[in-house]
Design a binder for this molecule. Sequence first.
Ligand code: KIV
Ligand code: NA
Length: 265
Amino acid sequence: RKKVRIHHLRELKQRGEPWPMLTAYDMYTAELFDEAGIPVLLVGDSAANNVFGYDTSLPVTVEELIPLVRAVTRSVRHALVVADLPFGSYQLSAEQALATSVRFMKEGRAHAVKLEGGRHFAPHVQALTSAGVPVMGHIGFTPQSEHNLGGYRVQGRGSAGDELLADAIALQEAGAFSVVMEMVPAEVAKRITHELDIPTIGIGAGSDCDAQVLVWQDMVGLRRGKAPRFVKRYADMAGVLSQAAQSFADEVRRGEFPAPEHAFH
Ligand code: KIV
Ligand code: NA
């Protein structure tokens, strides 16, 4: 297999072959997901609440995310690595968006960036793509705007569906190579997917998107508690890890670990 390029993703769309995307924030997950054939890995600002322990994605900074991006790009052989621009690092102007993206590309060695927002961010996307930075858009429910959107709610119901389509088209015309659609009615996502030439990537957007993305800790059941409707848990990693930690603790307390074969004599 070769390095995944943005034109490969468009070819998959043209052939009607859905593809998977996962988040990754470190070496082992990046290696494993790359070897599993996940073509695109996203170093999401979701690191805020899946790595750094914040309660929302808003507090995470460029300085916190760049080392994670660097770890992921160092660890993949094929996957296209997308760096998510965090809240406050691109909204001020197209110039700010470019300056931040250049840092993610030079210091993080990212292959592309992602930013949240519709038609109002077309100038930002245009500035990045003309400077050589591939951009993934993100519309529908955009977590960085959760306070403005009134919490985690489906976006694009009723007449808002037309607005969402207009946003998606504006991003495509500005040069975005793909667009994430989060918590959008399946019918709306299907229509937008059909109207666009670039791939759509769904999360809570039904089965008709060109691609599907999940946060890896959700996908493997590492994050506990009630998962959103769009999450499917493919493993019980929380159970596996907590079992292992308890067994280790018990064996140490009972004096069973280390055994003679674990010691040097
Ligand atoms: O930060 C993130 O993980 C994301 C994906 C859910 C698309 O933006
Ligand atoms: Na994100």
